[in-house]
Ligand binder design. Sequence first.
Ligand SMILES: C[S@@+](CC[C@H](N)C(=O)[O-])C[C@H]1O[C@@H](n2cnc3c(N)ncnc32)[C@H](O)[C@@H]1O
Length: 273
Amino acid sequence: MGNAISRLTPVELTAFVTQYARALDSRWPTPILGDTLADDIVSKIAYDFDAMGVPSSAVRQTALRAKMLDDRVRRFVAEHPDAVVVDLGAGLGTAMMRVAPPPTVDWYSVDLPNVIALRDELVPEGEQAHSVAASLTDDSWTDQIPSDRPTVLIADGLLAFLPESVVVTLFRRIPEYFSSGEIAMNDYGRVGRLNIAAMKIVFSAVGTQWAYRGFSDPHVPESWSPRLRLVEETSLSHAPEIDLYPVAARVSTRLMGMTKSGARTARILRYRF
Ligand SMILES: C[S@@+](CC[C@H](N)C(=O)[O-])C[C@H]1O[C@@H](n2cnc3c(N)ncnc32)[C@H](O)[C@@H]1O
């Protein structure tokens, strides 16, 4: 496994940041997500995770957005037992085990080949799970995925690392290829230069760059494809789980959520097609 880890590029290493964040959350006395499997997986990787210096604020946000995305997938598969779930930039994430969909659902995890190789070694998944080793910059990522079933696609922590042209092409491609479904993703609104500089510090140990500054108007992706319709914009700062935050973080997050621009800095967006 040591070789596989040393081959990871900075963008691929971001999979460690989010997985470790969920592992840390699961060790807290009152976890937000409580994904103990994330911690089991981290314990099998010989890597200095502490050196990544993942701040508690990132742990909380990563855990909460995963929980919110899980809820959306759970709802979709309850309505569509024949659904396909596609986790875009899945990393080492264990959303399938948390959601526990019925066996009639097929779950596809798409990520770059080095990450999928590690994922296949470390993430214990059953027959309904399928790995797709491909770059989302290449339209062929859909080749192994059925197109004719209700499909929910999730993107957790992905879009920031893709150039804008790739994000736009991806959002055009999804409703062209899949006959019907939803895309649910986490989002930060339009990210200012100061925040990008702050993120550079958060991700300095893995050395990756924030590539996409995003948009504040959640309707923007509708202009990329006529089939996309915004059906949800929900701020993390309005989630009931904020009550689990320590006092200072709870107050600052609630205050942030009181303005539209503040609420948009950590949100879940969902589009139907
Ligand atoms: C911050 S991680 C998030 C991983 C996972 N969603 C999670 O929550 O743990 C971003 C992921 O996007 C993947 N990624 C980045 N660019 C990609 C691309 N062009 N094609 C496929 N995956 C990509 C990375 O390899 C990494 O696993």
